[in-house]
Design a protein around this ligand. Structure first.
Ligand SMILES: C[S@@+](CC[C@H](N)C(=O)[O-])C[C@H]1O[C@@H](n2cnc3c(N)ncnc32)[C@H](O)[C@@H]1O
Length: 212
């Protein structure tokens, strides 16, 4: 006992998770440089603490108990963020151990950035929390980018590309993105039914939409 790797150091944390997903700090730095979001909601975050390196207030939501344990340990969170935050970022970090498809204890329209990466679709359940003119960062793995592309309240404002941990926003030629290879699949009911994204003629890691 004691040498089985079960000590605090071996607990899942953002630094252990980064070893599998990489460091997305550059993505949130690019978002912050372009639009300066102040309050973000991240349903299905798991251990991805990257938004707090660039955004002052982030509310993370997940049903996973490893994520709950990590976020309940302020020392672990602070240690993971140490030396990685932009000025003003990381001031408020909240974790809701909750199912985001149920009502969350947050006010409607309280956030200016909603993040959905590799979870969801979360748009149907969580769009109420996004303020007018707020941003929705989504990828297509579970269908959120597809739902967003078909939602007339949203406008595509950037495509996100990355090479390793280096992220960049493409804000030009936006009409070349989100063109379905199978137009019949570009149907919200189809996407909700399958819980999967659809294929596009030009792909990106993720997309940024703005709410009207
Ligand atoms: C594949 S992980 C992605 C984590 C992170 N967003 C990323 O990009 O690396 C999906 C996460 O969403 C969480 N999740 C899925 N459905 C959820 C729900 N209805 N409510 C809260 N969390 C959920 C899972 O527990 C899991 O931690």
């Amino acid at each position: 006992m004691g040498t089985t790797g079960r000590g605090p150091r071996s607990r899942p944390s953002w630094s252990t998770y980064r070893q599998s997903i990489g460091d997305r700090s550059g993505l949130f730095a690019a978002l912050a440089a372009a639009w300066q979001p102040r309050r973000a909601l991240y349903p299905g975050s798991y251990l991805d603490l990257a938004p707090s390196t660039a955004i002052p207030s982030v509310t993370y939501v997940d049903t996973d108990r490893r994520a709950a344990r990590f976020f309940a340990d302020p020392d672990a969170v602070a240690a993971d963020l140490a030396g990685r935050t932009r000025p003003g970022a990381g001031a408020e970090i909240r974790f809701l151990h909750a199912d985001y498809t149920a009502a969350l204890p947050v006010a409607d329209a309280a956030f200016d950035l909603l993040v959905s990466l590799y979870t969801g679709p979360a748009w149907d359940s969580c769009r109420r929390y996004l303020a007018p003119r707020g941003l929705f960062l989504a990828n297509s793995s579970h269908g959120d980018a597809g739902l967003a592309a078909l939602d007339p309240r949203l406008t595509l404002v950037a495509a996100v590309h990355h090479r390793g941990d280096a992220y960049r926003l493409d804000r030009e030629e936006l009409g070349t993105y989100l063109v379905p290879t199978a137009p019949a699949h570009a149907d919200p009911d189809h996407i909700r039914r399958t819980g999967r994204g659809i294929a596009y003629t030009r792909s990106a890691f993720a997309y940024v939409f703005r709410l009207t």
